[in-house]
Design a protein around this ligand. Structure first.
Ligand SMILES: Nc1nc2c([nH]c(=O)n2[C@H]2C[C@H](O)[C@@H](COP(=O)(O)OP(=O)(O)OP(=O)(O)O)O2)c(=O)[nH]1
Length: 274
């Protein structure tokens, strides 16, 4: 299968570039040059999501097979389009992050097909890669200076604490992790401790980051930390409800769209020790 690869240095740390790649609009922008319209379906990519795509009146699907801190992979499926796969891998480098993109597609058979592939296929693939690199660099620049919203992944006895949002209207009723914006002068851990005190009336000890940074709006990102309860019993002081969620219930909960990208990491967190 023909393949085109391009590697670019983006002057931002890997976790920022990874967050940029999770922005669903970037993927839609990357394939627009092929005449492919992709409906992002939501603000953030997550593994297993199937986005709808179309070329003129012809519809197909774009399946996300990977969306995490290491990069993103996607394949066009269920359409009369030629097979097309996009893979983006990240590696730390001096001065930023190496973004290795590849586009792979099915070539039509025969000499004419090979000619068309050389002239049209490669030209289109190059267009996709260039558009993608520009979009990734631009979004990484925005996220490098974004405000951080911290979330707490509080686990007790194999259950995760989730909190229901009451506002704003468009996300009311959805579930999220306790947390909020990091205030000036705070570091992430201090903000996790303060938010858990304010929202749940408990003291927590924050630990390692869980999952990748997730892009929120243009100038915010969500960063989640594991947090152990050290004092008190969580109560919904600021929101309509809190509940403990088992690993089996994780996928079925009505999470805020951004939080769905955290589900693989939350599953791993709730995995019983072997
Ligand atoms: N805390 C939290 N916020 C989330 C999650 N997922 C997600 O998209 N968000 C969004 C919802 C909000 O737009 C934003 C956080 O706002 P917030 O309302 O919790 O922050 P805050 O307490 O500092 O602000 P305020 O509303 O009290 O002024 O991040 C999550 O899991 N936890």
């Amino acid at each position: 299968m023909p393949q085109l690869r391009a590697t670019t240095l983006v002057p931002a740390p890997p976790r920022t570039v990874a967050a940029a790649l999770l922005d669903a609009r970037l993927l839609a922008r990357s394939v627009r040059g092929l005449g492919v319209r992709v409906d992002p379906g939501g603000p953030v990519l997550h593994a297993g999501a199937e986005l709808t795509g179309s070329v003129g009146p012809v519809r197909g699907g774009l399946l996300i097979t990977r969306a995490d801190g290491t990069g993103v992979s996607a394949t066009l499926v269920n359409g009369p389009l030629p097979k097309l796969a996009l893979v983006t891998d990240l590696a730390p480098a001096e001065g930023g992050t190496l973004v290795a993109d590849s586009v792979e597609w099915t070539s039509p058979g025969g000499p004419l097909g090979r000619l068309a592939d050389a002239v049209v296929g490669r030209g289109l693939a190059l267009k996709v890669l260039r558009a993608r690199v520009r979009a990734v660099a631009e979004r990484s620049g925005q996220l490098a200076v974004a405000k951080v919203v911290v979330g707490a992944a509080v686990v007790r006895d194999g259950l995760l604490l989730a909190q229901q949002r009451g506002y704003p209207q468009d996300v009311a009723g959805g579930w999220e992790l306790p947390g909020g914006r990091v205030e000036p002068g705070e570091d992430d851990h201090t903000a996790v401790v303060r938010e858990c005190e304010e929202e749940l009336g408990v003291t927590v000890a924050p630990g390692d980051q869980v999952g990748p940074d997730i892009p929120l709006r243009v100038d915010h990102l969500l960063r989640v930390y594991r947090a152990d309860l050290t004092r008190g019993e969580p109560r919904a002081l600021d929101h309509p409800a809190v509940r403990w969620v088992s690993r089996a219930e994780l996928d079925g909960l009505d999470w805020l769209p951004a939080d769905r990208a955290l589900l693989p990491a939350l599953h791993a967190l709730l995995q019983p020790p072997h």
